[in-house]
Design a protein around this ligand. Structure first.
Ligand code: HAM
Length: 436
């Protein structure tokens, strides 16, 4: 084979694309319920934006960015996440001048040069939301509620919401000192992969996948012992509102995030049906990022979720992305005259919002019928010479096998009715699933 896709990237093919379209439509619906508006930012930005935004000490900036220099000598990077870009846009477009609280969401590809494995790719996709302009813990809860609603709407239930307060940079600096006092003398005992974190980013030792590290970190000083009053107060408020809303959560004092911009409350939603890559979504407050990237001091909070991981969890939990059966009609014709009429009819039905396909490969009658069922068409329409003369065509219901001779108007009505009753059935099923 001459060309192959790049390691860590995937081709998303039909029928899987239907699951994607379904997931994206659910995301858009739920985002709308919470009044988040869609934003589309560029796939690449100046490298410094991510380096400053995400943090020089993070794995993402250190080892995972797809950075390159363009023909004009500019250092650019394919976005590893979208928060820094959204904030760049917020500042550049003065979005805060138009609205006190700017609520945005996005869906799109991100790029990180990580070791590919199940649930981890180099080009992966996220949907996420950012609310820029409010320091209220109620907005933190709105983010969490919003991400839970999307997962539930997609049929997921086996997940846990983990929350923690990661403090402010001052809190983390005080904690870091004590943490280093604890880990430095143990440095030799840490597995090789984690040793370099000790000086670069010791907080990340808390979320290491290595068993030895986890056990060495059992006695390590926790961030919570260093939180200031404001962090504690906001964290308590987040928990309080979650309880009032009946949102279940667990506090994980070892939860740290892989991006440095977080302040105060952070969270992750972890699936119980995924393997090592179990984080479905993650986010938190980032009150200093707007200022760090050159804007006015502006509090903000957001989250992002991994679409590939959600789709894996959906399959595992048996909640298929029920894209509706999309092809209403497959037209069967045999020779040039019949095909010409078939093409005319196909265009006519398509103009009536009916999904139609037709054979363009001059296949036999039988092969066309096979294709119709492979395409899961609801009906087949036979456009044969004697029928063209009568202007009445045989319509065959491919589920029941029933066949009748109808005019074009009658066919249009029949197919539209069929679609409606299919929709009604699906709605009924949804209601039933929800009440179960
Ligand atoms: P993150 O935790 O780095 O946060 O990524 C969010 C989600 O993206 C993860 O929970 C995971 O589901 C998915 N993800 C991350 N890396 C990969 C990968 N290599 N392959 C597949 N899925 C992956 C952020 O990106 C922040 N920007 C979230 C945020 C928004 N915080 C505030 N606002």
């Amino acid at each position: 084979m001459k060309y192959q896709k790049i390691k860590g990237t995937v081709d998303i093919l039909p029928p899987e694309t239907e699951e994607w379209v379904y997931l994206e439509s659910v995301v858009r619906q739920v985002m709308q319920r919470y009044n988040y508006k869609e934003i589309r930012v560029p796939i690449f930005e100046i490298t410094e934006l991510f380096a400053r935004g995400i943090g020089e000490a993070t794995d993402i900036v250190n080892k995972e960015m797809y950075s390159f220099t363009d023909m004009g000598g500019r250092p650019l990077t394919l976005r590893p996440e979208a928060t820094a870009s959204v904030v760049r846009c917020y500042i550049e477009e003065s979005l805060g001048k138009k609205l006190p609280l700017v609520k945005l969401f996005y869906i799109g590809p991100m790029f990180r040069q990580e070791k590919p494995q199940k649930g981890r790719q180099r080009q992966f996709h996220q949907f996420g939301a950012e609310a820029i302009g409010s320091a209220e813990p109620a907005v933190d809860v709105e983010m969490i509620a919003l991400s839970i609603d999307i997962l539930k709407e997609l049929g997921l239930s086996d997940f846990v919401v983990w929350i923690n307060s990661v403090g402010t940079p001052a809190v983390r600096a005080r904690h870091r000192e004590k943490l280093l006092e604890y880990v430095r003398p143990l440095a030799d005992k840490f597995p090789k992969v984690d040793q370099e974190k000790i000086e670069r980013n010791p907080l990340r030792l808390f979320d290491s996948r290595e068993k030895e590290t986890a056990s060495l970190m059992q006695e390590a000083p926790l961030l919570e012992q260093f939180l200031d009053d404001e962090c504690c107060r906001d964290f308590d408020q987040v928990k309080d509102i979650m309880e009032k809303l009946g949102i279940e959560y667990q506090v994980d004092p070892r939860l740290v995030r892989g991006l440095d911009y977080y302040t105060k409350t952070a969270y992750e939603i972890k699936s119980e049906v995924l393997g090592a890559q179990d984080a479905l979504s993650g986010g938190g407050r980032y009150d200093l990022l707007v200022e760090e990237l050159g804007g006015e001091p502006t509090p903000a909070v957001g989250f992002a979720a991994g679409i590939e991981r959600i789709l894996i969890a959906m399959r595992q939990e048996g909640s298929s992305g029920k894209g509706d059966r999309s092809l209403d009609l497959y037209i069967v014709a045999r020779d040039t005259t019949e095909r010409t009429e078939a093409i005319r009819l196909a265009q006519l039905f398509r103009g009536q919002n009916i999904a139609v396909d037709i054979d363009y490969c001059q296949r036999s009658n039988k092969a066309q019928m096979k294709e119709a069922s492979r395409q899961q068409a609801r009906f087949a329409l036979f456009v044969f010479t004697d029928q063209i003369e009568k202007q009445q065509y045989q319509l065959k219901n491919l589920e029941t096998g029933e066949q009748e001779e109808l005019t074009v108007d009658q066919i249009t009505t029949r197919l539209k009715e069929e679609r409606q009753s299919q929709r009604a059935e699906e709605l009924q099923q949804d209601i039933q699933e929800e009440s179960n």
